[in-house]
Design a protein around this ligand. Sequence first.
Ligand code: AMP
Ligand code: ZN
Length: 137
Amino acid sequence: MKDANCIFCKIANGEIPSQTLYEDETFRVILDLGPATKGHALILPKEHHANLYELPETTAGEVMKLAKKMASMMTERLGCEGFNLVQNNGDLAGQTVFHFHMHLIPRYRADGQKIGWKPQEVSQAELEAVKDQICQE
Ligand code: AMP
Ligand code: ZN
């Protein structure tokens, strides 16, 4: 399934050119046009799925296998010293292109980037309440 108005559908299926690092029947891996660091890449499924919720389970598993393969290869070739996998779902979570993608972000000493969050204080009772909310039948 493709979406005629989706830029990542067009890139993944080769209708719009991209700097492609890897391609197979299911995926294309491209360099991000607004990289966080040198080598920042995106895994794009060729089929259109807006986000993780819509991604078929099989594809989700294949994405992680490919992320591992790409991270190992890119770390060796680029000489980076760390690696972030980032995957945003929904505009509140920072998603700007609504075709599932996984960010592959090589990290270098003093690369000036910070990917993280501010830890909040929480009590054991609050943790238990959240656990109960998530784990209800
Ligand atoms: P997200 O915020 O998780 O939806 O990430 C979207 C990413 O796509 C951003 O890092 C953009 O820099 C990148 N991006 C947007 N358009 C293009 C494009 N035409 N080619 C390559 N990367 C793109
Ligand atoms: Zn798409």
